[in-house]
Design a protein around this ligand. Sequence first.
Ligand code: AMP
Ligand code: GLY
Length: 460
Amino acid sequence: MRVLIVGGGGREHALAWKFKHDDPETEVIAAPGNPGIAELGECVSISATDLESLARLATDRSVDLTVVGPEAPLAAGIVDRFRADGLAIFGPTRAAAEIETSKAFAKRLMLEDGIPTARAEVHTNVASARACAHRLGAPVVIKASGLAAGKGVIVCQTLDEADRAIDDILAGNRFGDAGAEVLVEEFMTGEELSVFALTDGQSFLLLPGLQDHKRLHDKDMGPNTGGMGAYVPVTLASTDHSVSGAADPSDSLYVAIAEQVIHPTLRGLARRGRPFTGLLYAGLMLTADGPKVVEFNCRFGDPETQALMPVLDLKPSLLELMRLAASDRGFAGPVVTGLIRSAAPVGVGPDGFDAHVSLSGACVTTVLAAENYPDKPRTGDPIDLPPIADDGVVVFHAGTARDSEHRLVTAGGRVLAVSAVAPDIETAQQHSLAFARRIHFPGCQLRTDIAWREIARRGR
Ligand code: AMP
Ligand code: GLY
């Protein structure tokens, strides 16, 4: 199978690695890709949002399936554009991607359809937004509705902070058009869990949940980032499950997530004429009242994907599931089936559809970020990347490039991610950190405590 991966970050490198790992015959083309992906396939210098050039590339190279990594091309309508040419592509249409690109749309859908989430109101006017924040009381969360590169969420400890955040977003135009609407949202407490659902729009399969570490410094201190590390498994819930036409409920948390969150969200999107095909990412807060949605994303998480791919066992393979999801008949394709089951644990599949998901170990991913990240990162620094001697370690490239002399240099905020697989999470953390510390570039920033929550839980 020839697959085109759109994007050039660590998540896309991890997907390319997984496709090649599962089937070395898979041909990978990436646009624009990065120096790590270039070791697995061909990188073509086309931007991830240049839809016309990407569609031409897929046609000219007879690509069997295109897989989209980042949200920007999905928000720009890459799936609609490819489908117009009859090209197979894994990802949601522009209208379905609004579940991520418009927090106002996502919140309305959840509130209308009874999907558990924080209480919130959408406002376009400073006075009414402030009044709402004062009604809810501090702490309160203020969010720009549109895409804001992960920076549009402000958790406010006081009402003064909330007033300032509202002013900044609505009146100060801090996020441009993305801040034309704000959400004023109740503050929730609990463990966070990222859960991915692979879906053809009706049926879906839940992948094992992960936790990422958004703050720059150890012990979850410092500014928010795109993610400084991630790990799996999260033993709030077991992670081995099968789904078939007749799956057994085996894990109550996953059952609750499937039944209360994923299934009604997919149904709600379909009912609104926006069926969602691709990867639906639910960012959840596990509150005392059960799982509640913090946000949805319309694509794989980054860096969660770098932690999940090295240990994810899927049957059929990930690429095969993606191909089926993107095909006209979805997961029902290979076996002509009757009704899609209306509800089932950990996934909903047509009769005769049999999928299995499990983990082959624990994985911890430590991100190495450039100096001055998450503000304007410094780039162009030479990277000293030693050869990998340990079988369980994979290094994924994100913000790297080759200079005119073919040396590896920094080229973005998050530079590399070191994923280490081991039978247990403690060993995975040690191996990930030990190898990360052997990589050098000026100003490198990394956390030394990825997975600390899991390790603390297991110590209790
Ligand atoms: P988001 O970009 O929506 O994922 O939000 C970024 C982070 O802000 C989340 O991972 C949470 O840690 C926090 N957050 C967002 N919404 C809430 C909320 N309603 N209550 C508490 N924390 C929140
Ligand atoms: N790691 C969070 C995200 O991908 O949005």
